[in-house]
Design a protein around this ligand. Sequence first.
Ligand code: ZN
Length: 128
Amino acid sequence: MKALLLTLLLSSCVTTFPPLAPCPHSAETEFWKLADLLAERLPTGRDVYVGLVDLPPSLLGLTQQMPLSKAAFISVDAEQDVNGLLDTLVHEWAHAMVLDTNDGDHGELWGVAFSRAYRVKLELFAQH
Ligand SMILES: [Zn+2]
């Protein structure tokens, strides 16, 4: 099942000549590249919606089962640097992979899923 990706905060870079500053949204570009790669390499058996959102200060990410469906919704706090965005997505993707299990928050199955998801992040960096 292919994951569905949803950008909640759409943003784009304005190109000027000469360039005024590096595009501030490259972190988001990397984030969506990783989301695509995770969906391709580690299908979860459910639709996965991913959103960059404004979460409360104590929360970097959250994975929830959507009501009335098997789909998962991953929320990632947008106010993070690129490493924070990617690491949070890896962490939450692992939750989406084991959502139906009784593994607890960060049990053994989640740990294995996290390891596999983290290796996909490494694969993304190897593409650079
Ligand atoms: Zn967690």
